[in-house]
Design a protein around this ligand. Structure first.
Ligand SMILES: *Cc1c(COP(=O)(O)O)cnc(C)c1O
Length: 374
């Protein structure tokens, strides 16, 4: 049967709280590639199966689209015409895209100066009402919650329950594609909605019986389920913004990984439940280790993610080294956002360009570099 992929609501509607007759506000989100990292695994001497789920290939370049298609579809069904969010960047880019698609107005509150260039560009071109605040993400979050209590707007941060419902579908896709449940699933943790959503998805997969066959496993209407286990969940934060490692909120979070520069996570209890119920662990990494992992992924595997996303890989590399992940395990790391979101950081990591010389001198220099492999 020929079928055009239209997005995760159409694919998993029977497992989402959206009525059959409700039209999806969709941009073909979900269905992102699960890429096996053989080079990196070899580099670190890991003999298991190491994968990344490249969520940067969602329509607006981050996993936020999985939640936003659900939140905006539901808002439209309720007759809402304005949405609002606080954002470190990707939520605003996603909200702007889906609001544009549905003809809604989106208000996005961003911390002054700390938003990556690509994310700001997206929100701007897609017509969001951008409000810079004198404060960080946590201040913005407090503000939008207050406003949404009384103003006629729908809050589309991950405290909106439809967001996590949409995001849980990443777990469905992974098991659907692997034909089994990974042993470990690692994510960067900021507001902690995504790790909570994945745990929700994995729990549903283990709870509901279904039959996966070779015939129906690629059918987009197929409903997954019937798995006999759940993965161990691993959550990684930057040392400068690690409330889960401190066991308490952090007031002045700071990290180059701006997407996880959050000190007061909204899904605090749900993330601890994922940690406890799965027997997982949280860890913190210095920015230097996160940036190193970002570069390793790019240079060794050709996969470009933004800094926050690389926290999952950095954390897994450390867990393997410390023996916290056994040999032979299947490990999936979520790469939450695309590298082009933060081009400035990538250029910095690249180390700059050499001075421009005459064409003749350049030709000679290029020949010499080709010979030497540098
Ligand atoms: C939002 C975001 C995160 C953090 O996800 P939470 O659900 O807030 O924990 C991590 N990386 C990127 C790229 C993001 O956009």
């Amino acid at each position: 049967m020929a079928s055009r992929y239209t997005g995760l609501i159409d694919r998993y509607r029977d497992r989402l709280p959206i009525a059959n007759e409700t039209p999806a506000v969709a941009l073909g989100e979900g269905g992102t590639p699960l890429i096996r990292l053989d080079n990196l695994a070899r580099d670190i001497g890991f003999d298991g199966d190491l994968y990344v789920k490249y969520e940067g290939l969602n329509p607006s370049g981050s996993f936020k689209d999985r939640g936003m298609t659900m939140a905006v579809t539901s808002a439209v069904a309720d007759g809402v015409d304005t949405i609002i969010c606080a954002s470190t960047g990707n939520t605003s880019a996603s909200a702007a895209a889906y609001a544009a698609r549905a003809g809604l107005t989106a208000f996005v509150l961003i911390p002054d100066g700390k938003i990556a260039t690509g994310k700001l560009a997206q929100a701007m071109i897609q017509g969001a009402r951008i409000v810079q605040i004198r404060g960080n993400f946590d201040d913005g979050m407090r503000l939008v919650k207050q406003v949404a209590e009384t103003a006629p707007v729908t809050l589309v941060n991950s405290v909106n329950p439809f967001r996590l419902q949409g995001q849980k579908t990443a777990a469905f896709e992974i098991c659907d594609e692997l034909g089994r449940v990974p042993d470990y699933h690692a994510l960067p943790v900021g507001n902690a909605g995504n790790i909570s959503a994945h745990w929700l998805g994995y729990k549903e997969l283990a709870a509901q019986p279904g039959t996966l066959t070779a015939e129906n496993c690629n059918d987009h209407s197929y409903s997954v389920g019937g798995y006999d286990k759940r993965p161990t969940m691993l959550g990684f934060q930057s040392t400068g913004a690690a409330p889960f490692l401190r066991g308490a909120a952090v007031d002045e979070p700071d990290t180059v990984a701006t997407a996880i520069r959050i000190g007061h996570p909204q899904s605090w209890n749900a993330a601890w439940a994922a940690h406890d119920e799965s027997g997982g662990h949280f860890d913190e990494l210095p920015d230097s280790e996160i940036l190193h992992a970002q570069k390793q992924l790019a240079t060794r595997e050709g996969v470009f993610c933004e800094p926050a996303s690389a926290a999952s890989i950095a954390g897994v590399m450390r867990a393997i080294e410390k023996g916290r992940i056994e040999a032979g395990s299947t490990v999936v790391c979520t790469l939450t956002g695309h590298g082009l979101k933060d081009p400035d950081r990538a250029i910095e990591q690249g180390g700059g360009l050499a001075e421009i010389e005459t064409l003749d001198a350049t030709e000679a220099a290029v020949r010499k570099r080709i010979e030497s492999g540098l």
